[in-house]
Every structure is written in structure tokens, then in C-alpha cells.
Ligand binder design. Structure first.
Ligand code: GLP
Length: 261
């Protein structure tokens, strides 16, 4: 794992945007796995800025979102379809046919989930999976106790996650109970993972994920056995890391040839 600690969320998001931009430069038809939530907003803003400056091109890019609320159609204002349109897709030159978000209205969720996995494989697999992390360590909507080998499926949200996401709904009682999410096994098949976390509320989950035992009780800890993971943190999210100084030192002393990798 490469732990990149920056003073602010803006600085950490700029590093993350550079990682995405570099990939798209090397592989213009890359497949990206995308998250929602507060955390990736600065990254999306930065990528939009780079696109407007002509430094990134999404014309040939394919995307797969991690998750969606069950019962929400793509036009629902709180759906992740709407979230992605509003905060990212409508600002860039991505082709609508290359955008995939789980279908919250799927009549047969298990059958849809199998199809979603097939679509990922047919696209050549995910090159870069971008992730946020929940305060309980969840990635996608894989709540604690999710199988570390899980695939795309329906999940029931933990009460804390419904509370945390109430900010997007104007009240906890409006947050759905069920979601469709890529599984941890699905996420682990991405060629590279890039996890972002900002703010002190994430420090406990981040410390568990990076320095704790690999456990289904902190789903992000599964990333410890992924071969290529970068974790971009601000100072507060890194506050629980025992070896924070070492990670900073490693980042500052990367060999010159590795600086931009
Ligand atoms: C949500 C999403 C996750 C996200 C997490 C953190 O439940 N399904 O993909 O990483 O919660 O959200 P936030 O970035 O708003 O803190």
C-alpha cells in the first residue's frame, strides 16, 4: 500500500486527480470504477478542471459505479445516477453508452448483479477503482461482516451508514434500507485501487484498514492483500496511523524514476 498524506483534502484530491490523469494519458480507453459520497467531490472537480484545460479526455473512457439505492430510478434526485450526472458526467465528454451505474429499479436483483459483473468483465475489467471509506470501514456499500470474497449483490445498510448519509436526503427516515453494491471480491479484481479519506471521522476506519488485521469487520482492510493500492489522505484522516511519519518519509523519498507513478 502506498499511503499518501497531504495537508488538506484539496491537496490529496489533486494527487488523486493526477493519478487518474496519468492513467488516461497512458490508456485513453481505461475503465474506471467510481464512488459517490462527499469524499470524491474534490477529485471530480479537479478532473473537470483538467478536462476543461484539455489535459484529460474521457471520450473513450468507460465507467462502472460501485453502488445504487434499491428502489431509486436513474431520474430520482437522490439516486447515484443523478449524483454522478450532476457532479461529474455532465461536465465532461464521456459517452453516455460507456457509463454504468447499478440499476436500483432492477426487478430481479440477483440476475442484474450477475449481468453487472459480466459487463465489467466484457469491458476488460476495471483498471482503476476509486474508493471512499465509511466511518465503519465500508467500501462501496460492503458493510462490516461482508464477505471479503463477495460479488455484486443486494445489501442492507448499517444504521450508522444511514445516519451518515442522511445529509444527502434531508433526514434519516428518507434514507433507503437496501442497496446494490459491487462486492469486495469485485473491487479486489481491479488492477489498481485508489482510496480517498478526509476528516477526523474517518481516522479510525483508515487506521484499521491500513494497520489493523485483515477482517470483515473493517472491509477496507481487504485492500492489504491487493497488489496495487494507493491511499490519499488529509492530515485528519491520517491522525490514527502509527506509522504516519514513515509513510510521509517514503513518499518524499521515492526514487526519481518512480516519482510520477
Ligand atoms: C457511502 C458510499 C461509499 C462512500 C462512503 C463514504 O455509503 N456508498 O462509496 O465511500 O459512504 O461517504 P462520504 O464520502 O460521504 O463520507
Amino acid at each position: 500500500m502506498e499511503i499518501i498524506i497531504q495537508p488538506t483534502a484539496e491537496a490529496a484530491s489533486a494527487v488523486a486527480a493526477e493519478i487518474v490523469a496519468r492513467l488516461l494519458c497512458e490508456k485513453p480507453d481505461a475503465v474506471l470504477g467510481l464512488p459517490t459520497g462527499q469524499t470524491p467531490l474534490l477529485l471530480y472537480r479537479e478532473l473537470i478542471r483538467l478536462y476543461r484545460k484539455g489535459q484529460v479526455d474521457f471520450r473513450r473512457v468507460t465507467t462502472f459505479n460501485l453502488d445504487e439505492y434499491v428502489g431509486f430510478g436513474s431520474k430520482h434526485p437522490q439516486s447515484y445516477h443523478s449524483f454522478m450526472r450532476e457532479h461529474f458526467f455532465r461536465h465532461i465528454n464521456i459517452s453516455q453508452k460507456n457509463v454504468h451505474v447499478p440499476d436500483g429499479m432492477a426487478k430481479n436483483i440477483p440476475a442484474f448483479s450477475v449481468r453487472y459483473e459480466k459487463m465489467i468483465r466484457a469491458a476488460g475489467g476495471i483498471d482503476l477503482q476509486i474508493l471512499g471509506i465509511g466511518a465503519d470501514g465500508h467500501i462501496g456499500f460492503n458493510e462490516p461482516s461482508s464477505s471479503l470474497a463477495s460479488r455484486t449483490r443486494i445489501k442492507t445498510l448499517a444504521p450508522q451508514t444511514r445516519k451518515d448519509n442522511a445529509k444527502f436526503f434531508g433526514g434519516e427516515n428518507k434514507v433507503p434500507y437496501h442497496v446494490i453494491t459491487m462486492g469486495i471480491g469485485t473491487i479486489m479484481e481491479a488492477r489498481q485501487c485508489l482510496l480517498l479519506a478526509f476528516g477526523g471521522k474517518k481516522s479510525h476506519a483508515v487506521a484499521g484498514a491500513v494497520e489493523g488485521a485483515i477482517t470483515a469487520m473493517n472491509p477496507a482492510s481487504a485492500l492489504q492483500v491487493h497488489p496495487t493500492v494507493k491511499i490519499c489522505l488529509d492530515k485528519s484522516a491520517a491522525a490514527g496511523l502509527q506509522k504516519a511519519d514513515y509513510y510521509r518519509w517514503v513518499y518524499e523519498n521515492k526514487p526519481a524514476w518512480q516519482k510520477n507513478c
